[in-house]
Design a protein around this ligand. Sequence first.
Ligand code: ADP
Ligand code: MG
Length: 258
Amino acid sequence: MWPAADSGIVDAVQKRPAARARSLTKVYGEGDSRVVALAGVDVDFHSGRFTAIMGPSGSGKSTLMHCVAGLDEPTSGEVFLGDAALSGMADNELTALRRDRVGFVFQAFNLLPTLTAWENITLPLDLAGRAPDEELAAAIVAAVGLRDRLHHRPAQLSGGQQQRVACARALITNPDVVFADEPTGALDSKSSADLLELLRASVDEFGRTVVMVTHEPAAAAYADRVLFLADGRLVDELTAPTADGVLDRMKHLERAGV
Ligand code: ADP
Ligand code: MG
């Protein structure tokens, strides 16, 4: 389905993380309203892998994702996208890095209502002044299954279709990492499964790196690795997860009160 990648290059690239954080902290507010959202997180997001981040509400999942994606500035610690350190980067450098090397999928889709599906998908390229790679664009449109909906506007699409447009938009720039924050949170179970299969296919068939925040064990089971956050710390991890295995770890976390 996707254009073939050179396996030697894929192997070499997969040896280093697509993104990593070291001693990452994030503190919001001060005095009585001071909240430690991240309390020292070290994490590698391996290239060509699908990682899920789980944890109770308020455990710092979105903050971690936003800091690693360069959407939010950490209080201390380091974030690297590939070999590029985000700290100390000028705003315009960071904006270009986010635009060219990172894709985002949000719970609320965040499509522009006046643009068609196709215009939404290609918007990041337009902003960067790049033309779509036709082979890649065709592969993405086929994968998201929206060939006959490309000229519709978001209001004319179901929630599941809108989220697949958002996913295509995140993939069209060939980003180093796709970050998805509760991407299935507003979808029914069939649309959720379609979206998760699309994210899975982008990793398996196209070598993309996906980091997804979710609170649903069934969604986390699509990942290669699940990281568990509690009170701003990484407290556990599971590889080759099943929904039951994830649910079990969550119960242990809740029982341990971490
Ligand atoms: P999660 O995504 O796991 O639900 P968040 O990363 O959104 O958790 O939030 C972690 C903690 O940081 C929570 O206590 C939350 O209330 C707090 N927090 C998040 N964003 C802000 C903000 N902009 N201002 C103040 N506190 C915030
Ligand atoms: Mg969140």
